[in-house]
Design a protein around this ligand. Structure first.
Ligand code: ATP
Ligand code: MN
Length: 463
């Protein structure tokens, strides 16, 4: 007989069925007539209640070991539960304890622990209600991402994690080297001699797979990446990780309107999928973490996103009856407080801001005819700020070369990227979505370090 997942038993199990379950003890209660053990296997928020009869052989020895955290296997028969709040329970005929957990030292006690404390036990925190719900939702989100793109014929492409192009994230990149750091080779002028390094030149962890995704879009039309991304952000914020996952679709024969339409449909799709498939977890977040998450998700699915230009956004911010910490002025980048004001207070829904000043956006974004703005779009979400950054790309060789030079970059390093504009160039567009920001937005979790199993941030790498 195979083991069954507790989620399946709780949903479909029928009285008199014999089942085997495996999981970890959440709680134990010993009464005169029976011992009750709540067991959880991570498949659902709810536990399965195990009823153990004192007549079971070796009863005392077994029950003694069934402490919170112990791993067990139980064979038994399902019975309708007299207890309220659960339909079914399992009457044990055999209990195997794989590993006990000393109640004197097991760090997860029944009381509520703070997220700060739980971050210090990242190897155990997934056994709590909150984190197991977060990681189930995260899994469902990831599945929905692939389903959305695959249904539409997008190819999933794997872009490199180690890269030589430092054009996007100057200053924010982690170096990759196999130099012995105590004796780094230097040349006559005391510069580091990268010709002796592994790749023969400086290498970094990627901050984005976009440039390579563009290469693939020029062969397959529509592609997407979904992989890890690294930024040596010194900002210790609740929205930044040093290692996070990014989804970057890239579409040939597509302009900014098509890009926005796809981004909006995409966000709606994953929210809908999670609401339909993780209802119990989402209700938990709504009850315990943030009582607006269900309404926010519904609102997201059912309403059109607000769309306005940067120029219009700045005018609204200048008129706002609110003191901002950072200045608002045409030409300056929007800060998180401005983004949140727009999405959270003014429009109260996801908001797409387009056509940013050329001076604050990347070289590859398509220059508009006014030559003052580029065809960029950011999607701002209530509470989080930016969750998507995208643009129509500059497909005209001469203008792209001019922009690269204007930013003080060397166009020879980007020869292959420029080749895409030499051979069969087409209008194209794409965006980048921070996966953790979406999970954060969806669950209401306040800190991005709580939506990835092993967060990497300044001075944070123990697990
Ligand atoms: P921010 O202004 O919030 O730092 P950004 O402008 O640096 O964002 P992009 O370079 O456009 O962001 O990256 C695309 C997406 O990746 C962002 O919209 C965001 O969702 C996500 N993202 C960016 N940096 C991080 C980070 N350090 N940790 C987690 N997600 C991030
Ligand atoms: Mn950033």
């Amino acid at each position: 007989m195979t083991t069954q997942r507790i989620a399946v038993i709780l949903r479909n199990g029928q009285p008199d069925e014999t089942v085997t379950v495996q999981g970890w003890v959440r709680t134990k209660r010993e009464l005169k007539e029976f011992a009750f053990v709540e067991v959880n296997d991570g498949s659902a928020m709810a536990n399965l209640q195990i009823v153990i009869d004192p007549k079971l052989s070796n009863y005392e020895n077994i029950v003694k070991q069934l402490n919170t955290g112990a791993s067990i296997e139980v064979v038994g028969v399902l019975v309708a539960s007299p207890a309220k709040g659960q339909r079914i329970e399992l009457k044990a005929s055999m209990v195997i304890v794989y590993g006990d957990a000393d109640p004197q030292t097991y760090p997860l006690q029944k009381k509520r622990h703070s997220f700060e404390f739980l971050r210090t036990i990242a190897h155990l925190r997934s056994r709590t209600n909150t984190y197991s719900a977060v990681f189930r939702v995260r899994n469902a989100c990831a599945y929905a991402v692939h389903q959305f793109f695959q249904e539409r014929g997008f190819l999933w492409v794997h872009t490199p994690i180690i890269t030589a192009s430092d054009c996007e994230g100057a200053g924010e990149m982690f170096s990759v080297t196999n130099f012995d750091l105590t004796k780094i080779p230097r040349n006559d002028t005391q510069q580091i001699d990268f010709s002796q390094d592994f790749f023969g030149k400086p290498a970094y962890l990627t901050v984005s797979g976009q440039l390579e995704a563009e290469v693939m879009a020029m062969a397959f039309g529509n592609v997407y990446t979904f992989g890890p991304t690294f930024r040596a952000e010194n900002s210790n914020t609740s929205r930044h990780l040093a290692e996070f996952w990014m989804i970057e679709p890239e579409m040939a024969f597509c302009d900014l309107e098509g890009d926005m339409d796809l981004a909006e449909a995409f966000l709606k799709y994953i929210f809908k999928y999670v609401l339909e498939n993780c209802r119990e977890d989402m209700e938990f977040f709504n009850d315990r973490i943030d009582n607006t998450v269900l309404a926010t998700a519904e609102n997201m699915i059912n309403n059109q996103f607000e769309r306005l230009t940067y120029t219009e956004a700045v005018a609204l911010l200048e008129k706002a009856d609110k003191q901002f910490e950072f200045p608002v002025k045409w030409g300056l980048d929007l800060q998180s407080e401005h983004e949140r004001y727009l999405a959270e207070e003014l429009f109260k829904k996801p908001t797409i801001v387009t056509d940013y000043p050329v001076g604050i956006k990347a070289f590859y974004m398509r220059l508009s005819d006014d030559e003052k703005t580029v065809r960029a779009m950011d999607i701002l979400a209530p509470k989080i700020g930016e969750i998507i950054g995208g643009s129509q790309r500059e497909e005209r060789l001469d203008i792209l070369e001019r922009r690269i030079e204007a930013q003080g970059m060397n166009k020879d390093d980007l020869w292959w990227y420029l080749d895409l504009r030499r051979y069969g160039t087409v209008p194209h567009a794409g965006f980048g979505l921070g996966f953790e920001r979406v999970v954060q937005f969806m669950t209401g979790m306040g800190n991005i370090r709580d939506v990835i199993p092993f967060p990497r941030a300044p001075l944070t790498i123990d697990f």
